[in-house]
Design a protein around this ligand. Structure first.
Ligand code: NAG
Ligand code: NAG
Ligand code: NAG
Ligand code: NAG
Ligand code: NAG
Ligand code: NAG
Ligand code: NAG
Ligand code: NAG
Ligand code: NAG
Ligand code: NAG
Ligand code: NAG
Length: 842
């Protein structure tokens, strides 16, 4: 009955089967633990907790059918595991009065049972409609390589297997055990323990892309390691009863990292973190061996077997135990050979020494991959002082897709016959210790085919193939874009850029524009997919971003981006021309920015240097775009990733901000920089944001200040090849600016070609932007205002220098300052971009 309700709600294809809505909700649900000693008459005390025998009727849960209670006659197991409930038919455990997020742990500890060969058990488990296990076999002898979460608090020689899930429960939890046709299943114990606090945030940073929303997904714990330390037993982990394994057996080269430990004074940054992991996890760590050697050319690598074709949440736990300042240990994090983070400085991120810190990453594992590699290694771009890495703990969680967490259920049919099945399974039991994941995959495929042909009643989620919902969830947004159909809009008489309004393209139009997605037209690749340079039929050049159909999360981002871009239209923001949502495609069409990034015109590429005037115009353009973002939309939008690679230049060198909306879960617009988003941001990051973990518009102002220094100095914001005090441009430039001698380090090509007064003012603006505290920094509107002034100073200087008129430049300046002061009375309070613009046109 509960299931039917759940299925009825499955039509959206959204994973929300976990939550069961019952019309008769008691409202008295509360956080309670349920510890069930299955197949037992009596309760036992294990771990200091009381496990209730399920043969005795009780108020706390019901069992739908008796099954067979079995007791291990050899009696050498843990008292909890000496009994089991065996089932040849379906069996339901129903727990009521359960509200919130729970750990659901299933304990399996096979022992010889009369009439049943435990090696041949085969069954599925479904919790509130979410499939946890499909055609699952518990091998008679559990090898420690087979599955990770054993419970070794048993004295018996046969280890138990514990499968752990994290589920959101609304009032009632029904755990269904369903034996596969002709087979049976068993369960030794069940543990339902409330999750204290909030373990997971909705948004998780995707490796090489923008955030993924993981809200509402069912979770299975795959691995949980106390890196560099001892095993942590469930009773050592506060009230959550998690087990933390030793990590060394997962390391590729065990001696790549040495263990360190310091248990004094390790604390949580906030009380909220106390349920994330016990302090014991943070008190030990693994760092790279041989720390005396400056040149470190290896990674610490861990390798895990995972189920293909699922999304994973990887949680890394860190705590700096040694250094008491930042910049001592800076490294890169790789997940499956992709850079998940670089310039990773635990001290800076956690806000100090001995402070617990964790970082989550989201990565989708494709159908062909069955391993997950986590690697930490030197960040060679940072220089000699920061090449050591550190890791304290590691967790890997599998996320449900389409109401399913079970691996076997997702494998497509192949031609294996049923007779192979049993031998494969037996083989799995025998050789589990060495069985490669490939074999597991084949076996599961067989199981799947076998069972699919014989049994249909179980599958309840296959009708919703992982795919994309039709796009009309944001119907209003889309139709508002589509209705505009390229029509011109004029706002306050502003310029032509406003006429570009989104329209809906057909797929054939997109194919024509991109030569059928010809790879030679690819101008960038990112987490979201590829970006092509294309020409739409009226001859307009466009950047066409085609999302990778593999990514399930892509839809939300696609919708967000359209929604964002439809709200934000501005001459200094890269604009959306249209989109295509035909045939499950998610394609966005942007205006093409012919001159690429601002950075590429500052240094490191063959382009001719920009003049001071061009640089000032680019800065004012970008400042306008940011000012609009901060004040223009319904609510202020923080860009979060202001840097010279996110400032694009069109054919007339008009600067436009790209990649905005990162803060709103929008995918990166400028894909080529997505993968390096963290890196690019490093030299630009607001230190106050680090300290307070609180993001404001003033963080963008800080980053923009760094951009200003980069523009005037023409060098990367981080250049590790320079002497130590020069590596970080923000520090280096501020040092000179404070002495009022920034001109010493400016781009030599500007000397003599720029108004000295304007350079001076420009330095002052940048300095103000880099104020330590956000409240001492100017707003973007003020920055914009001052930049306008600087531009006017320079233009006046150019006119006097070029025409050698009789008035002295200081007279010209006085005139100008007067005019500027007048204009200041009319400073923009609204968003109309054109209220702020140069007042003199020659
Ligand atoms: C349960 O208790 C009864 C007697 O109270 C006993 O006969 C029976 O064998 C017990 N069953 C199990 C499975 O322990
Ligand atoms: C039900 O659970 C409560 C605690 O959650 C426990 O005190 C009580 O003894 C349990 N009832 C039975 C019949 O086991
Ligand atoms: C278990 O519960 C599900 C729905 O909650 C129901 O469809 C099924 O028939 C139940 N099975 C048994 C054996 O009671
Ligand atoms: C299950 O397989 C293991 C490994 O081969 C074997 O040692 C054990 O005896 C088997 N158990 C049963 C009940 O057949
Ligand atoms: C394991 O055995 C030891 C003594 O051999 C005993 O003290 C301990 O309680 C046992 N642990 C469990 C979980 O049964
Ligand atoms: C994540 O998605 C859920 C619905 O699936 C939504 O309620 C929630 O607001 C989203 N969170 C964020 C931060 O976008
Ligand atoms: C452990 O940390 C404390 C406080 O940070 C420090 O004083 C002590 O020297 C450290 N011990 C070791 C062995 O590093
Ligand atoms: C540990 O923390 C306390 C309080 O924060 C501090 O007074 C003490 O000096 C610290 N000890 C060490 C060794 O750092
Ligand atoms: C801690 O959690 C509470 C409520 O869950 C929240 O209001 C508060 O902002 C959190 N504090 C921190 C530092 O995250
Ligand atoms: C990552 O690199 C290692 C070693 O180079 C390789 O064995 C492994 O297959 C790669 N993993 C992925 C997911 O590409
Ligand atoms: C570390 O691992 C990453 C990802 O597999 C790889 O690209 C990089 O070359 C490795 N670094 C070293 C020093 O081996």
């Amino acid at each position: 009955m509960v299931m039917e309700k759940v299925q009825g709600r499955g039509f959206l294809g959204v994973v929300f089967l976990v939550i069961v809505f019952l019309s008769v909700s008691s409202g008295e649900a509360q956080s309670r633990s349920f510890l069930v000693n299955c197949g037992a008459n009596s309760s036992v005390n294990v771990d200091g907790r009381r496990w209730i025998g399920d043969l005795v009727p009780n108020d706390n849960f019901t069992v739908s059918s008796p099954g067979v209670a079995a007791t291990d006659s050899t009696a050498n197991g843990d008292s909890l595991y000496r009994t089991a409930r065996i089932f040849d038919n379906g069996l339901n455990y129903t727990f009521s009065g359960v509200q919130g997020n729970y750990f659901v742990r299933l304990h399996f500890c096979p022992f010889p049972i009369e009439n049943h060969n435990v090696n041949e058990s085969l069954f599925s488990v479904v919790a509130n409609g979410l499939k946890l296990l499909a055609d699952f076999n518990v091998p008679g002898e559990i090898s420690d390589k087979y599955l990770p979460l054993q419970n070794s608090n048993s004295n018996s020689s046969s280890l138990s297997l514990v499968k752990e899930y994290i589920l959101a429960i609304n009032d009632v939890l029904v755990v269904e055990f369903i034996p596969s046709k002709g087979s049976f299943g068993f369960i030794n114990a069940m543990e339902i323990v409330p999750v204290i606090g909030t373990l997971f945030a909705d948004l998780v940073r995707r490796v090489g892309g923008s955030d993924a929303n993981v809200s509402g997904r069912g979770i299975e714990t795959m691995y949980r390691l106390n890196v560099g330390g001892q095993e942590i037993k469930p009773d050592q982990d506060s009230d959550l009863w998690r087990k933390w394994e030793v990590d060394s057996s997962y390391m590729i080269t065990a001696d790549a990292g040495v263990e360190i430990k310091n248990s004094s004074n390790v604390t949580y940054a906030s009380n909220n973190d106390s349920s994330v992991a016990p302090l014991l996890v943070y008190e030990t760590a693994r760092i790279m061996s041989n720390t005396e050697v400056l040149e470190k050319k290896f990674n610490m690598s861990w390798k895990f077997e995972v189920d293909p074709d699922f999304d994973y949440l990887i949680r890394l736990h860190f705590c700096e135990l040694v250094y008491d300042k930042a910049n001592q240990r800076i490294f890169k994090v790789y997940i499956n050979n992709k850079t998940a983070a670089d310039n990773f400085d635990v001290y800076a991120r956690s806000g100090g020494k001995n402070i617990a810190y964790h970082q989550d990453y989201f990565d989708a594992i494709s159908a062909k991959i069955n391993t997950l590699w986590i690697q930490l290694g030197p960040d060679t771009a940072v220089g000699a002082w920061g090449t050591d890495a550190l890791l304290n703990g590691l967790e890997i969680f599998k996320l449900s897709r389409s109401g399913n967490l079970a691996y076997g259920d997702r494998i497509g049919p192949t031609g294996k016959s049923a007779s192979h099945l049993k031998s494969w399974i037996l083989w799995l039991g025998i050789g589990a210790g060495v069985a490669s994941a490939l074999i597991i995959a084949i076996a599961c495929t067989c199981i799947f085919c076998f069972c699919k042909s014989q049994r249909n009643e179980m599958s309840n989620t296959k009708d919703n193939p992982p795919g994309w919902r039709p796009l009309f969830m944001h119907g209003a947004v889309l139709s508002s874009i589509a209705n505009a159909k390229g029509g011109a809009q004029t706002l306050n008489g502003s310029v032509a850029a406003f006429t570009r309004v989104g329209r809906r393209f057909t797929l054939s139009e997109i194919r024509a524009a991109t030569d059928n997605f010809d790879d030679s037209l690819v101008i960038g690749v990112g987490g979201f997919g590829k970006v092509y340079k294309g020409e739409i039929e009226d001859g307009t050049l466009a950047a066409i971003k085609r999302s990778n159909p593999q990514s399930e999360q892509g839809l939300a981002e696609f919708e967000t981006e359209i929604e964002m871009l439809s709200k934000l239209r501005h001459r200094h923001l890269v604009s959306l021309i249209g989109f295509c949502d035909e045939q499950n495609e998610m394609i966005l069409v942007y205006e093409f920015m012919a001159n690429g990034t601002l950075r590429s015109h500052l240094f490191g590429s063959g382009f001719p240097p920009l003049t001071w005037k061009q640089r000032l115009e680019a800065c004012t353009g970008a400042a306008r775009g940011l000012h609009y973002l901060h004040t223009g939309a319904d609510r202020g939008i923080i860009h979060r990733d202001v840097k010279t690679t996110n400032i694009l230049l069109d054919e007339n060198f008009v600067a436009k901000m790209a990649d905005f909306g990162l803060s709103k879960d929008g995918p990166a617009l400028d894909h080529t920089h997505v993968s390096t988003a963290v890196k690019g941001s490093f030299g630009y990051l607001d230190p106050e944001y680090f300290r307070r973990q609180h993001l404001t518009e003033k963080s963008d102002v800080y980053s923009f200040g760094v951009v200003l220094f980069e523009v005037v100095c023409s060098r990367p914001v981080i250049n590790p090849s320079l002497p130590k005090d020069q590596i970080n441009l923000a520090e280096w430039a501020m040092k000179w600016q404070r002495q009022r001698s920034l001109e010493t380090i400016i781009d030599p090509r500007l000397r003599g070609n720029s108004c000295p007064e304007s350079l001076k003012k420009f330095g002052e603006i940048a300095e103000k932007c880099l104020a330590d505290e956000g409240r001492n920094r100017p707003t973007m509107g003020e920055v914009l205002w001052h930049l306008e002034y600087v531009l006017q100073l320079h233009e006046a200087w150019m006119r006097t220098n070029a025409t050698e008129t009789s008035i002295t430049s200081s007279q010209a300046l006085e005139d100008l300052e007067l005019r500027v002061a007048e204009d200041a009375q009319r400073r923009p309070s609204s968003l109309d971009e054109d209220t702020v613009r140069p007042r003199h046109e020659g």
